[in-house]
Write a protein that binds this ligand. Structure first.
Ligand code: SF4
Ligand code: SF4
Length: 198
């Protein structure tokens, strides 16, 4: 299956796992994530990454690198144009598999708005329930929840193991999207009910 098919794949379908794809020359996770041997900041390319080639210390790379596998490598229907270094973003696993988390390259923050990505991401965002409850964008540590009609910027989570609640509610007589950080007990008191449109 590919995105040239008439119907975009559902998230359940992208979750089909076979043999992981090889990373090829992609090094995007070595830039956008805080992985690597020396605790580098997310957004800075690891000193051992060779762009278009890969990791120069691959056999001895640290455990936090070995432990990361982006969704593109695992999802057969995501074709070559979704390889993270070509797309300009990666899709990262979340503890809740019904969330799609898109980690943006700070040098290409609008890459996800290009096609064929934007239509597919909006399709996921429109589902609103299992198999996809929500789509999250991550940029510079911030969390943005994507709805078909809005993007709600929640800012930087205090808890690295943050949870998000989102959906629709009636405010001022209109059905409007909401999103907020939550903890295991439910919504946090300092909820963010509205975000700004980016
Ligand atoms: S972002 Fe994905 S494809 Fe690219 S190097 Fe990391 S795991 Fe491999
Ligand atoms: S050590 Fe290798 S795999 Fe790990 S972040 Fe650096 S380049 Fe990437």
């Amino acid at each position: 299956m590919s995105f040239s098919d008439s119907r975009p794949p559902t998230p359940a379908e992208i979750g089909v796992r076979g043999e992981p794809k090889a990373c090829g020359g992609c090094t995007l996770c070595c830039k956008v994530l805080g992985i690597g041997p020396n605790g580098k900041a997310p957004g800075a390319l690891c000193e051992f990454a060779v762009v278009s080639s890969g990791c120069s210390v691959h056999p001895t790379r640290p455990g936090n690198c070995r432990g990361f596998q982006c969704i593109w490598t695992l999802a057969e229907p995501l074709g070559e144009d979704w390889r993270p270094d070509r797309a300009g973003f990666l899709i990262s696993p979340r503890p809740d598999p019904a969330e799609i988390q898109i980690v943006l390259d700070p040098d290409l923050p609008a890459a996800w708005r290009r096609e064929p990505y934007h239509s597919q991401i909006m399709y996921w965002a429109s589902l609103g329930e299992i198999p996809v409850k929500r789509v999250l964008l991550r940029l510079d540590g911030r969390v943005v929840v994507v709805f078909p009609e809005a993007e709600i910027d929640l800012g930087r989570p205090i808890d690295p193991h943050f949870r998000v609640e989102s959906g629709y509610e009636v405010r001022e007589g209109r059905r409007q999207p909401f999103a907020r950080f939550a903890n295991r007990y439910g919504a946090l008191p300092e909820v963010v009910m509205d975000g700004r449109r980016r």
